[in-house]
Ligand binder design. Structure first.
Ligand SMILES: [Zn+2]
Length: 306
């Protein structure tokens, strides 16, 4: 049984839509986790019997590749002598651009332009054209749009992202990502760098196998070029995958695929291509502690089955 804890941003910066975890809370989390569990790198568990025999083990994981991981999270990881795994979107690292999900949220939150027109036939009619007069209206709209976009194949999604970027041209996207030197430094210090795809596309909704294979190979090969190895692990963007994804991930040469299921990974009942991870957020400490012990999910299940 392994508890895989997933983080994204760790920063004192605040965000209305996707708030980074505060540095204080992150410190508390790592202190608590290292005290309760033995923290190892997930990649060291693959192909070892530790996965089956040990019970009180945990891993620390980061998705997306934000610069604040090295600025704010790394000193805390060092303080508790803790090695983590970082899953990066290689195109975002190459271009220092946030993932499309973050781009979208950032643009809608910060623009001063009112009108948006995404008149594509694959977008529901009531969402195609809108006049959004203030930040509140724009936030409401993007929260509705986001789940629709997550279900589109990438070639359609790309059109929407391009349109939003062109419309909200009063905004420059922030430079928030790590570069390859940062990742080399993390790797040198004993942390693991794995793939989180090339484009942050949702594998579960991809239009065809070739597209997914390309995502798997391009990102794996970029890591190989820069860091000298083909990654053992891939974290599924937006947690999206299906049985075909799992097959392709295996074929591409990865040893494990990481999902987000808010539960403890049991290798006796779940295979290595849909590994459970527990995501932690910028919430109150009592709620975070319940997530860490997984009691929040257990309580939810009890209520559901009553
Ligand atoms: Zn991601």
């Amino acid at each position: 049984m392994v508890r895989n804890f997933l983080f994204h941003r760790v920063s004192p910066q605040r965000d209305l839509l996707w708030d980074p975890m505060s540095v204080e809370l992150f410190d508390k989390c790592i202190g608590y986790i290292t005290n309760k569990y033995k923290v190892v790198r997930f990649e060291d568990l693959i192909d070892s019997d530790k996965l089956l025999v040990e019970n009180k083990i945990a891993t620390i994981m980061f998705d997306d590749g934000y610069k604040d991981n090295i600025e704010y999270a790394l000193p805390i990881l060092n303080k508790y002598n803790c090695k983590a795994s970082f899953y990066v979107v290689t195109d975002c690292i190459d271009k220092n651009k946030p993932t499309w999900t973050h781009q979208l949220e950032y643009l809608f939150q910060h623009t001063n332009i009112s009108d948006i027109n995404i008149d594509f036939d694959f977008i529901p009619e009531n969402m195609r054209v809108s006049s959004l007069h203030d930040t509140k209206a724009r936030l409401k709209y993007v929260l509705q749009l986001n789940p629709i976009l997550k279900k589109l194949p990438y070639h359609q999604l790309e059109k929407v992202i391009e349109r939003v970027n062109n419309t909200y041209n009063d905004i420059h996207l922030p430079k928030l990502m790590m570069n390859w030197d940062d990742l080399r430094e993390l790797s040198k210090q004993g942390h693991y760098i794995g793939s989180h795809s090339a484009l942050h596309s949702t594998f579960g909704y991809a239009s065809n196998d070739d597209f997914i294979m390309n995502e798997l190979m391009v990102s794996g090969n970029r890591i190989m070029e820069e860091l000298g190895y083909f990654p053992k692990t891939i974290s599924y963007p937006v947690g999206s995958y299906n049985s075909q994804t799992k097959k392709l991930v295996k074929q591409a040469g990865y040893k494990a695929g990481l999902a987000v299921k808010q539960s403890i990974f049991n290798p006796q009942t779940t295979d290595l291509f849909e590994v459970d991870r527990i995501e932690l957020y910028n919430e109150s400490w009592w709620k975070t502690k319940m997530r860490i012990s997984n009691s929040l999910e257990i309580i939810k299940k009890l209520i559901k089955y009553r």
